[in-house]
Write a protein that binds this ligand. Structure first.
Ligand code: PLP
Length: 749
C-alpha cells in the first residue's frame, strides 16, 4: 500500500478564507503537539499524569470564561460549533416538550449558518414538537427585523440569532435584540451563534440573557474538532452525549485534551494585552481598506454586498459587475490567493441564501465572492495579497475581462474561430472570422458586458447577432446586445437574420439558415459551412438538440411531429463530424458531434434509422416531455447524463511518468486568464511544444480545427481536476481512446 502523501508547500499561497477555517498558529500547534506526546493524560485518571491533564482542562475553562466574559454559567468543551448548536437546540426542545402554546414557533435569523435552521428543523421533527420554524427577515444591511421578533417572540420556544455573519461579516446589535426579546418573552431560550465573533468583537456573555453561545476553535487558529458551548446559569440542559460522565456528566467521552490545550494557548493570546499576535480593530480596519482599494483598482466595477460600518473588518463580500464568481475565483487561484465564492456550481443557479435574504440582485447573489482574513494576519501578508490582486489587472485586460486602458498590452486572447460562453446551463456562441467579423448566436443578457468588451477591445466588426428562436428565458438579449454594440439588427422578427440574403458570407465560411421547428414554431438552425471543403463544421441548433438530448416540445409552440421532420431534414445537411452547438448544455458536455449525438440519444437514433415513423417518434416524445415536465425545472429540454467512459485518472507521479514518452501531450483546459505564474511545461519537465491550451470554451473549435487527433495520447489538467475530467469524458465519447485526467488537477501537484 502506498504511503500517505500530503501536499507540502503552502508558503507561496495567500490564504484569504479565514471564515471557512484558519491555519493553526505555530505556538498553538506546539502546545497541541506537547499535549499529545508529553502531557497526554486522561483527565479522569487519578495518577499524576491524569491530574496534570485535569488541571490543564480546568485552567482552559477558566480562561474561556475570561475571554467571553462569562463568570457564571457552564462552559462545556465540544467538538465544535455544530455540536454546540445541537446541544442547545435539543436541551431547549426537550424542556419545551410539554408546552401548551397552541401556535408554537422556533425563530432563527434568515442569515444564520445552515447548521442552525437545519438543526431546528431536524429536532423539531424528531422530538415531535411540531412548532412552526420561522426565519426572521433581515434588512438590506443584513440586520434582523426587530418588529418581526416582537411580533412572534411571545409564541417562541426558542430564538436563534448570530453575533457575526460568516458570509458578510455583518454584526447584529445584540442589545437591541435582547431588549425586544425580553420585553415580549422573559423565558424563551435564546441562542447566539458566536463562532465568527471570537477575537473580532468584545463579548460579555454573563451580562446578557443569552442562554446558549457556541464557539469553534478552528475559526481562530486552534485545531478542528474543538469548541466551547456557554450555557447560562439555570437554562435548560440535557446531555447530548451520554457515557462515562465526563464534563460533570454534561458531555461524556474522553476530553479532546490536545484541542483543549490549543484553546488554552489561543485564550492566553487573546487575554495578553501586551501580545500583538492579534491586531487591534484599527489595524484590521486598515487591512480591509487596503484590500478594498486593491480590488477597486483591479476590477473597477465592483459592488460590496455589505456596509463596512456594520461589519467586522475581517470580511469583504463583493461581486464584480461583469465577472462570474467562477472567473474571479479562478483568477485568484491562479494568483495563489485562496478565497471563497458563494456560487461554486456551474450547471445550475447556486446562490447565496444570505445575500438573497438581504435582497441583493440575482447577479450579486450568484456571483458573490468572500474574502476573509483572521485577526492574526500580518501587514506583510496584506501587502503581498494587494500586490498579487493588482497584478491581475493586465491579465484581465488582455483577456477582455475588464475595460482596458490604452497603456495595457493588447493580446489576442479572443482567438479566431468559435468560442462558447456559458451562463449557468445556457450557451452563447461567438464566431470570429479571419478578417475579424463577429457572428454572435443566442446571446445571454448576463453576458452582454463581456461580449461588448470583446467586440470593442478586439476591434471586431459585427456581421450578425442571431437567435435560434425567441427564447422564453433570454428575452431582449439580442436587442440589448445590438444596442450596446451600436449594431442595427437586420430584422428582429427574423431572429436577426438579414432577410434579403440567403447566406452570411465570411472569408473562410458561409452561414446558412434552416427552419427547424419542433421546440418552437420559429426555431431555426444555422449551419456554418467551410468554403473550401463544403463541410458543415458547426450546427447552431438552439434547443432543437441538447448534448445527448432533444429540446422540449411540451411548451407553447412545441410540436413533436414538426421536430421529427426537422431532425430528418437536418440530417441531410450535416456530417457525422459536424459539431452540434446547442442553446443549452446542462450536463457540461461542451462539444459533441452529430455521430455521438445520435449514439447518445436513443430516440433520435431510432428516428434516423427508421425504426420509428415520424408519428411514432412524436407520440413517444410527447409522452416523455409531458412526464419530464413534472420531474425537471428546465424549460428547454432534457438530456441524459453522459456516461463516464474510459477517462482514466492519473496522479501527478503517474502523469509525469507517462510524459517521459515523447508522444504524450498535456492539455491545459483552464482559461487563459487562469494561468498566472504557473509554467506547466516546467512543472512537468516537458518541452512547451507538448503543452496545448484548450479551454473548455474552445473545445468545439479545437475539434473542428483538428488540433486534436482521436489517435493522440493526452493528459488533461485544470485547477481541481473537475473540468479536465469533463473534457476527458467528452473526448473519450468522441472516440479518443488515450485520454487521461490529472486527478485533483493543479491543486494536488
Ligand atoms: N456557525 C457559523 C457562523 C459558522 O461560520 C460555522 C462554520 O462555518 C459554524 C457555525 C459551524 O462550526 P463548526 O465547523 O465548528 O461545526
Amino acid at each position: 500500500m502506498s504511503d500517505l502523501i500530503l501536499p507540502t508547500d503552502s508558503s507561496s499561497q495567500i490564504y484569504l478564507d479565514a471564515n471557512a477555517t484558519t491555519p493553526v498558529l505555530p505556538c498553538i500547534a506546539e502546545v497541541v503537539s506537547h499535549t499529545m506526546q508529553i502531557c497526554f493524560g486522561n483527565p479522569s485518571s487519578s495518577h499524576i499524569t491524569g491530574i496534570q491533564a485535569k488541571h490543564l482542562l480546568e485552567q482552559t475553562r477558566q480562561k474561556a470564561r475570561d475571554v467571553i466574559g462569562a463568570q457564571h454559567g457552564d462552559i462545556l468543551f465540544t467538538s465544535g460549533a455544530t455540536e454546540g448548536i445541537q446541544t442547545a437546540v435539543v436541551s431547549t426542545l426537550i424542556a419545551a416538550k410539554e408546552h401548551t402554546n397552541p401556535n408554537p414557533v422556533l425563530l432563527y435569523g434568515a442569515t444564520e449558518h445552515k447548521a442552525v435552521p437545519n438543526t431546528l428543523i431536524h429536532w423539531n421533527a424528531v422530538l415531535g414538537i411540531n412548532a412552526t420554524v420561522l426565519a426572521i427577515p433581515v434588512s438590506s444591511d443584513g440586520l434582523l427585523d426587530l418588529e418581526f421578533i416582537a411580533q412572534h417572540a411571545g409564541n417562541a420556544l426558542m430564538i436563534c440569532t448570530m453575533a457575526v455573519n460568516n458570509e458578510t461579516g455583518v454584526y447584529q446589535d445584540l442589545t437591541a435584540i435582547e431588549n425586544v426579546i425580553r420585553s415580549h418573552n422573559t423565558k424563551v431560550a435564546w441562542m447566539v451563534d458566536c463562532v465568527q465573533a471570537l477575537g473580532k468583537t468584545a463579548l460579555a456573555l454573563s451580562d446578557t440573557t443569552i442562554d446558549y453561545a457556541p464557539f469553534s476553535g478552528h475559526k481562530l487558529y486552534a485545531p478542528k474538532g474543538i469548541g466551547v458551548l456557554y450555557i447560562r446559569q439555570g437554562s435548560a440542559y440535557t446531555p447530548f452525549i451520554a457515557g462515562g460522565g465526563q464534563e460533570s456528566g454534561m458531555r461524556s467521552g474522553t476530553e479532546n485534551l490536545p484541542g483543549i490545550a490549543g484553546l488554552n494557548k489561543l485564550f492566553c493570546l487573546l487575554l495578553d494585552k501586551t501580545n500583538d499576535t492579534f491586531k487591534s480593530i484599527d489595524v484590521l480596519n486598515s487591512y480591509r481598506e487596503q484590500l478594498h482599494q486593491a480590488l477597486v483598482d483591479t476590477f473597477g466595477n465592483i459592488t460590496f454586498n455589505h456596509t463596512f460600518a456594520l461589519s467586522v473588518p475581517t470580511t469583504l463580500n463583493f461581486a464584480v459587475d461583469e465577472l462570474s464568481s467562477k472567473e474571479v475565483m479562478d483568477l485568484f487561484d491562479a494568483a495563489g490567493i485562496r478565497i471563497s465564492g458563494g456560487s461554486a456550481c456551474s450547471s445550475g443557479a447556486n446562490r447565496s441564501f444570505v445575500l438573497d435574504a438581504m435582497g441583493v440582485s440575482d447577479w450579486r447573489s450568484e456571483n458573490a465572492i468572500r474574502l476573509s482574513f483572521g485577526p492574526a494576519t500580518t501587514q506583510a501578508e496584506i501587502t503581498t495579497a494587494c500586490t498579487r490582486i493588482r497584478a491581475l489587472k493586465p491579465i484581465l485586460q488582455a483577456n477582455c475581462l475588464v475595460v482596458s486602458d490604452s497603456s495595457s498590452p493588447q493580446q489576442e486572447a479572443c482567438a479566431l474561430g468559435l468560442t462558447q460562453f456559458r451562463h449557468q446551463g445556457a450557451c452563447c456562441w461567438l464566431y470570429v472570422s479571419q478578417d475579424k467579423q463577429a457572428v454572435i448566436i443566442d446571446p445571454i443578457v448576463e453576458l452582454i458586458p463581456r461580449l461588448e468588451k470583446i467586440v470593442h477591445t478586439q476591434n471586431l466588426t459585427v456581421a450578425a447577432i442571431l437567435d435560434t428562436h425567441a427564447h422564453q428565458e433570454r428575452c431582449c438579449a439580442t436587442t440589448l446586445l445590438a444596442q450596446a454594440l451600436k449594431f442595427s439588427l437586420h430584422d428582429e422578427h427574423e431572429l436577426g437574420w438579414p432577410v434579403q440574403q440567403t447566406t452570411i458570407t465570411l472569408p473562410e465560411c458561409t452561414i446558412e439558415r434552416l427552419a427547424t421547428p419542433g421546440h418552437s414554431e420559429d426555431s431555426v438552425s444555422y449551419l456554418l459551412r467551410c468554403n473550401s471543403s463544403q463541410q458543415v463544421l458547426f450546427c447552431f441548433c438552439g434547443d432543437l438538440l441538447l448534448p445527448a438530448g432533444l429540446g422540449n416540445t411540451a411548451i407553447e409552440g412545441g410540436d413533436a411531429l414538426a421536430m421529427a421532420h426537422s431532425l430528418r431534414q437536418l440530417s441531410t445537411y450535416i456530417a457525422e463530424s459536424t459539431v452540434i452547438c446547442s442553446g443549452h448544455d446542462y450536463q457540461q458536455c461542451f462539444a459533441i458531434n452529430w455521430l455521438v449525438q445520435q449514439q447518445q440519444t436513443p430516440l433520435l437514433q431510432a428516428l434516423l434509422n427508421n425504426e420509428l415513423s415520424d408519428t411514432e417518434f412524436a407520440n413517444n416524445k410527447q409522452h416523455s416531455d409531458e412526464d419530464n415536465l413534472f420531474k425537471f425545472a428546465t424549460l428547454c429540454g432534457y438530456a441524459n447524463s453522459l456516461q463516464y467512459s474510459a477517462a482514466y485518472e492519473l496522479n501527478a507521479m503517474q502523469a509525469k511518468d507517462m510524459l517521459t514518452a515523447s508522444d504524450v501531450y498535456l492539455i491545459d483546459t483552464r482559461e487563459p486568464y487562469e494561468h498566472g505564474a504557473n509554467n506547466i511545461s516546467q512543472l512537468f519537465a516537458v518541452s512547451p511544444a507538448r503543452v496545448m491550451n484548450i479551454p473548455l470554451s474552445r473545445m468545439a473549435n479545437a475539434l473542428v480545427d483538428r488540433q486534436l487527433s482521436p489517435q493522440g495520447k493526452y493528459i488533461l489538467l485544470c485547477r481541481s481536476g473537475n473540468r479536465s475530467k469533463q473534457a476527458a469524458t467528452n473526448l473519450s465519447q468522441l472516440g479518443f481512446t488515450d485520454v487521461y485526467n490529472l486527478s485533483g488537477g493543479m491543486a494536488l501537484l
